[in-house]
Design a protein around this ligand. Structure first.
Ligand code: SPV
Ligand code: MN
Length: 602
């Protein structure tokens, strides 16, 4: 039987008409195959209409995956206590013969597909399946990648309506020419708290060949929201094949003199200041997590893959994060996940105001002092508890840049590391290759040691992308180096480090990054000179002193400058050795990487 005939049998009339309006036999075949296989009781197809979106939101409440909070438009969702983060161990890239990758698990494609199909056979019996259409990047643009999501979780579908642009009309417009991604997700059997129960059968399998991601027996957004991290593994591979960049980067506007707008991207491993940089209140946010960078008529142009934020809520407080605080306390649409709730109000760790001693949280009924099965005291909220909200609600979002079909010109790219004693607070690369290798490919983040002043453990995390490296790291770096040939002028590359310490004391204040951003903006346009050092260009004291006065209304002393910007030679040499050692162990690394490290060492 033809796929459309099969679909006509599987769907009720209204839903079938929605699918029939999209002229794409490949899509029809995919839907027919999976709806037959998953065996849902009902299928709902989401168009771009506000009614269909409202239906999904209502179903998230109806099925109990979300609960209403006191503030209108706020809901809370819980994941299983042991399903609170991306599951690296059970995530695998499917490759022919299980060909290994240096940093991610792989599995033989045939075997992996067979396993995941078996896990998913009839898994949606008694449930409703949502078929949703979204796009990565702005609609009808050079960045657009259409995607279809199949999920039995109304929470996942609801999250996607907040985080991505709707794509049903886009599928209709593109018809047979759509090169679309596919996501098949089932949360599996749920417990009484409506959280995934069979975590031992949790799997996330990425099939690069068919550009399809399967995810089962999990609800946590990083495993299930198809267009976020599942899609990221697919876009990295597409980008390397096609010669563009798909990055784990924020996109923001830094406001220069006389109304000049300069756009920066930034990659930082977690806990290195990525979110706080993107959300600096006097600059403008375009995106906080994922950026596509394409060569367009010789110019590197960037766009946010998403249109919302799936942000960490721990530590959000009125003093340091006034904008997010305000948003989280206003009646705009927000899903809170894995937070403490008491009397309909959400609370989280380190929110800077007193919080109740009891309520409901990610562990169920909670009271102060409650311990988990391993004997650890359970904090009020999970440390990876999150909020999901659209960027349109941010007073400082640059919405014009967000929806621009040709993106924005990328003036600078920032790599942010964390170390106590090696990188200066800010510096500029000599050129593209120098920046790509000594800043991006050499990125590390330091796990904070228990005692201040003690050396942390440095974790290698090139371009802050290691968890998603679905192609060989050497191929990824080669593509980065080659990007230079595809543009007339490359973005300037910078490296920052907000975490220098001396005798156990921080050398910088949290807000100093606002000054570094302004300096980088001036450097992109050649407005200020800089000092050439063996590791790149660093700011001149006079320029920083002026910017500290202008931006923070603060005096900046020469002593502070010298302490922060001295070139720490032994630590830098040790870092070069460390990084070279890591790359020497891999095959297939461009020889140029070793040459550049050697130049730096000399
Ligand atoms: C990250 O951890 O980098 C995130 C959250 O953005 S997740 O969706 O879990 O990847
Ligand atoms: Mn991320």
């Amino acid at each position: 039987m033809e796929p459309l005939e099969r679909l006509e049998k599987l769907l009720d009339g209204e839903q079938f008409e929605k699918i029939k309006s999209i002229d794409n036999p490949e899509l029809h075949a995919f839907l027919a195959e999976w709806i037959e296989w998953l065996e849902p009781d009902r299928v709902f197809v989401c168009t771009d209409s506000p009614e269909d979106e409202a239906y999904v939101k209502w179903k998230a409440l109806y099925y109990g995956e979300e609960k209403m909070l006191e503030m209108p438009n706020h809901t809370v969702h819980y994941d299983n206590y042991y399903d609170q983060a991306r599951d690296k161990a059970n995530t695998a890239i499917l490759t022919p013969g299980g060909k290994p990758l240096p940093y991610l698990n792989t599995k033989d494609r045939e075997e992996g597909l067979k396993e995941i199909r078996e896990l998913m056979k009839g898994i949606m019996k008694g449930k409703e399946l949502f078929v949703c259409f979204f796009v990565l990047g702005p609609r009808n643009s050079i960045f657009t990648i259409p995607a279809v999501q199949l999920t039995d979780s109304a929470y996942v579908a609801h999250s996607e309506f907040i985080l991505y642009r709707k794509g049903y009309e886009e599928f209709k417009r593109l018809g047979r020419s759509a090169r679309f991604f596919r996501f098949v997700h089932s949360e599996g059997e749920l417990d009484e708290r409506k959280t995934s129960k069979n975590l031992d059968k949790r799997r996330v399998y990425i099939d690069l060949e068919d550009e399809t991601v399967y995810s089962v027996n999990t609800q946590y957004g990083g495993n299930t929201i198809g267009l976020k991290k599942p899609a990221f593994r697919l876009t990295i591979a597409r980008a390397v094949n096609e010669g563009w960049l798909s990055e784990h980067m924020f996109l923001m506007r830094v406001n220069g003199p006389h109304g000049r707008k300069t756009y920066f991207t930034g990659a930082y491993p977690s806990m290195c200041g990525k979110t706080s940089t993107a959300m600096i209140s006097w600059e403008n946010i375009v995106g906080d997590d994922l950026t596509f960078i394409l060569p367009v008529n010789g110019v590197a142009r960037g766009a946010n893959v998403e249109k919302g934020v799936f942000g960490i809520i721990q530590g959000v407080n009125p003093e340091d994060d006034p904008i997010i605080w305000e948003i989280l306390h206003s009646p705009v649409e927000i899903i809170f996940s894995n937070v403490l709730v008491k009397d309909g109000k959400p609370y989280w760790n380190d929110m800077g105001v007193p919080i109740p001693d009891e309520g409901e949280n990610h562990s169920g009924k909670w009271w102060k002092g409650k311990k988990d099965a391993e004997g650890n005291e359970i904090p009020p909220s999970h440390k990876n508890a999150r909020f999901t909200v659209s960027l349109e609600h941010f007073p400082n979002a640059d919405l014009e840049a967000l929806e621009s079909p040709c993106g924005v010109e990328v003036g600078g790219m920032i790599f942010g590391g964390r170390d106590a004693d090696t990188w200066p607070p800010v510096r500029e690369a000599f050129n593209w290759r120098h920046g790509v290798i000594t800043m991006g490919a050499a990125l590390e983040s330091e796990t904070t040691a228990a005692t201040l002043g003690k050396e942390g453990v440095r974790a290698f995390n090139p371009m802050a992308i290691l968890d998603f490296m679905s192609v060989h790291l050497g191929d990824y770096i080669r593509n980065y180096l080659d990007f230079e040939k595809r543009v007339k002028k490359t973005p300037k590359i910078f490296a920052v480090n907000y975490f220098l310490r001396e005798n156990g004391k921080w050398l910088n204040h949290k807000l100093d990054k606002g000054v570094w951003l302004k300096w980088m903006e001036l450097r992109v346009h050649g407005d200020v000179d800089a000092i050439e050092t063996p590791i790149g260009y660093i700011p001149k004291y006079e320029d920083l002193a002026r910017l500290f006065r202008e931006v923070l209304n603060k005096e900046y002393t020469r002593e502070d400058y010298e302490m922060q910007f001295k070139i720490r030679v032994p630590e830098l040499l040790a870092k070069i050795d460390r990084i070279e050692g890591i790359y020497r162990k891999l095959d297939n690394v461009p020889e140029e990487l070793f040459q550049i490290l050697e130049e730096e060492r000399r």
